[in-house]
Design a protein around this ligand. Structure first.
Ligand code: PHE
Length: 347
């Protein structure tokens, strides 16, 4: 058998082997066995040196032709295996878009946050702007400028958290948001001032209805000829917006060093839960302190009390939340039990 015939025979053996391979791995073995450097075809060509020189180009060309053809076939078959594997993988990993989705619970706003944002929205309609101050503040902003003298019980160590002397002297965790009145008037220098200031305050107090940290919302309106009647009007508007159209307010004379006259304000609101069930139809509850800004406060910030007047009020946010949502225990607001918080979703 001459060399050309032997090439043809190896070629057809290889062809059958290619067709018989069932995996990419088997195909690689065929490739190796027939076409690699030590493969069957190369082995055959070692005999080329025994071929008469004039015939060598013809034999060589035949061998190359076989090699090119077989390589092309192997390439095509390999691609076939690969695309089949890819398709199988895609099929087995297919996502079933008709399966019901896993629920992601949306969070809910904390009742304290709800009351703050609702209150701010109500007063914004009356032209009050948001103004915030620091929770750690000086005794000057928290007491002195607010006409609270050094021997006032509010400054007592039992009520007020002081920063340790070694850290800084005369610095406290603010006990009331009234600090922001002082800061705003000092910064603005001239009226009008019309601000609302929500935030955390701190007092050394802890029981069923008191927490060492709670929230207040301060309001301040200073201009020429601001009257007590306007204060009442503002608060009544707020009460009706917050607690419903039947809400009423009642002012009881009271004392705060930074206002004169001063009042405690109660809100009457309807018992919606059980209006007929032998319960009182509604009830009065104290929710804020208010009054006309004291001349001493104006002097402390460089405003002339003969030319300007104003009113201020401060309300307890947790108190309002408890009233509005019927929460019986203040501590529920700070425990952050999700079963409690979840009830405010969508409020
Ligand atoms: N700051 C007072 C308090 O904490 C409330 C208040 C504010 C009263 C403004 C009058 C005017 O009790």
């Amino acid at each position: 058998m001459d060399l050309i015939e032997r090439i043809a025979e190896v070629e057809s053996q290889c062809l059958r082997a290619i067709e018989g391979s069932r995996t990419e791995g088997e195909l690689a073995l065929v490739d190796n066995r027939y076409l690699s450097k030590k493969g069957a075809l190369s082995e055959l060509l070692k005999a080329l040196k025994d071929v008469p020189p004039e015939q060598r180009p013809k034999v060589g060309a035949r061998a190359n032709e076989a090699k090119t053809k077989l390589e092309a076939l192997i390439g095509t078959r390999r691609e076939g295996f690969q695309s089949r594997a890819l398709e199988e993988k895609l099929n087995s990993e297919r996502i079933d878009v008709t399966l019901p989705a896993r629920k992601t619970p949306a969070g809910s706003l904390h009742p304290v946050t709800l009351v703050i944002s609702e209150t701010t929205a109500i007063f914004r309609r009356l032209g009050f702007e948001l103004s915030e101050g620091p929770e750690i503040d000086t005794e000057f902003h928290c007491f002195d400028a607010l006409n609270i003298p050094p021997d006032h019980p509010a400054r007592d160590m039992q009520d007020t958290f002081y920063l340790p002397r070694e850290v800084k002297e005369n610095v406290v965790l603010r006990t009331q948001t009234s600090t922001v009145q002082i800061r705003t008037m000092l910064a603005k220098k001239t009226p009008p001032v019309r601000i609302l200031s929500p935030g955390a305050v701190f007092r050394s107090d802890y029981d069923m209805t008191h927490s060492p940290m709670f929230h207040q919302i301060e309001g301040l309106y200073v201009d020429r000829n601001v009257s007590f009647a306007e204060l009442k009007g503002c608060l009544l508007f707020f009460a009706k917006e917050m607690f419903g159209p039947d809400a009423k307010i009642r002012l009881r004379p009271s004392f705060f060093p930074f206002v004169e006259p001063g009042a405690e304000v109660d809100v009457w609101f309807k018992n919606r839960a059980n209006p007929e069930g032998g319960q009182k139809e509604g009830q009065w509850l104290e929710i804020l302190g208010a009054g006309m800004v004291h001349p001493e406060v104006f002097r402390a910030v460089g405003f002339d009390p003969a030319k300007v007047s104003g009113f201020a009020f401060g309300m307890g946010v947790e108190r309002i939340a408890m009233l509005k949502y019927g929460i019986p225990d203040l501590r529920l607001l700070f425990e952050n039990d999700v079963r409690f918080l979840r009830q405010f979703a969508g409020s």
